[in-house]
Design a protein around this ligand. Structure first.
Ligand SMILES: *Cc1c(COP(=O)(O)O)cnc(C)c1O
Length: 403
């Protein structure tokens, strides 16, 4: 490679000034651009790129990171960092932003649930940290409301703890004993027999740490601040949902002693239970940049943009006879944002919503949307601006062809 080409490649990298001449003198292996121009890895590997007209889902790679996040990742990829120091500094900034004592970046909300439970069991005791999940003696107990049991509570039992189900504040108080280490509140549960504040009050009375899982519960942005104010000791959010950080990152924040203990149970320490849930430098910088960008975003404008999208797609589809659309807002707390419901006269347009979903998925580009018996739902919040018309056009043409 000629020196001229090397320098051309370097301009693709957001390098600090002064590094250019140094890198060029080291040689081409260290100065190759991150992405060769025009290289399409989706194509190279035969992976189908998907348009997400649904909600954030782990199997569909979460959300798309915004330019601020990609910039944070690219601009920090060239240097090593001491991971203890990085977690210290990023954690301190996140704690400041969220108005809590302490915070850390985890590999996701599920990891945060596991680390919180581990922290509640071990504290800072190195012997216990080393033995987890095989501590001698009776199993530690974590209290949950019966109606809050969900798939992710396996992250609790992975530590060796067992879950004690309760209904109502009175039963919760009775269930607390010397083996109780934590009480977990699933924020998006359909039903609760204990309110947030009663849950916190009972736990505080008996000095039991509380964790609230609000993984998918922004927007609204206020939720990032709400639950620590109610008094939860720990709160977790996914990084890779609507905060739009790296999908393999999450936030755990709250009480300092618990975050300290959670960190001792986590990478970069070599042995503990959380070591396989490693978070690297790029995710940490990326998570920080994503959270900052999310908090600073114009949320009102973003909401209006989403409504514009549903209106725009709706108008295109309603130009077909027999098609009706309605903008609906999920009541939340998870996925509380607008999307578009589409219904049609199935005597005139002879295709079922689920068949439209399949046609969208099997077409090119592949589009993931949701269908029920009587309606199709088009999610708009995860579409790139250029994909809004693509989705509208495809749905319209599928319906048209069934006429
Ligand atoms: C998505 C989700 C999780 C898991 O979050 P990750 O960041 O993917 O680990 C946990 N709890 C709830 C309620 C979720 O919605």
């Amino acid at each position: 490679m000629k020196r001229r080409d090397i320098l051309k490649g370097l301009t693709l990298l957001p390098l600090a000034s002064g590094l250019v001449s140094k890198a060029a003198s080291i040689g081409e292996t260290t100065s190759r651009p991150l992405k060769a121009p025009g290289r399409d890895l989706f194509k190279e590997l035969g992976v189908t790129p998907v348009i997400n007209a649904s909600v954030t889902m782990t199997f569909l790679s979460g959300s798309l990171m915004l330019p601020e996040v990609l910039e944070a990742i690219n601009s920090t990829a060239h240097d090593f960092a001491d991971m203890y120091q990085l977690q210290d500094k990023v954690g301190a900034k996140i704690a400041e932003m969220l108005q809590v004592e302490s915070a850390m970046v985890t590999s996701g909300a599920a990891c945060a649930i596991l680390l919180s439970t581990a922290a509640a069991i071990t504290g800072t005791d190195p012997e216990k940290i080393k033995l987890l999940p095989n501590l001698p003696g009776p199993r530690a107990e974590v209290i949950m409301q019966k109606t809050h049991r969900y798939l992710f509570d396996q992250a609790v039992t992975t530590t060796g703890a067992k879950i004690i189900e309760v209904e109502g504040a009175e039963e919760m108080e009775k269930a607390i004993n010397e083996r109780t280490v934590m009480a977990l509140f699933f924020n998006a549960a359909n039903k609760s027999s204990i309110s947030h504040s009663d849950f916190v009050a009972v736990a505080k009375k008996h000095k039991i740490p509380t964790l609230l899982d609000a993984a998918a519960d922004v927007p609204p942005v206020e939720n990032l601040f709400k639950f620590q104010k109610i008094g939860f000791d720990l709160v977790t959010f996914s990084g890779g949902k609507m905060i739009r950080g790296p999908q393999s990152a999450g936030l755990l924040f709250g009480r300092k002693d618990l975050i300290t203990a959670a960190r001792l149970n986590h990478s970069p320490n070599e042995a503990p239970i959380g070591r396989p849930m490693k978070v690297n430098k790029e995710e940490m910088f990326g998570m920080y940049a994503a959270l900052k960008a999310y908090i600073e975003r114009d949320h009102k404008k973003e909401w209006e943009d989403w409504l514009q999208r549903t209106k725009h797609i709706g108008a295109q589809l309603e130009s077909l006879p027999g098609v009706k659309t309605e903008t609906v807002v999920d009541p939340g707390p998870a996925n509380a944002f607008p999307s578009l419901n589409v219904t049609w006269d199935q005597n005139k347009i002879k295709i079922k919503p689920k068949e439209v979903v399949k046609a969208l998925k099997d077409g090119t580009p592949s589009i993931v949307a949701n269908g029920r018996e009587d309606h199709l739902t088009i999610g708009v919040v995860l579409l790139r601006p250029d994909q809004v018309d693509v989705v509208a056009g495809r749905v319209k043409s599928i319906l048209q062809q069934a006429t």
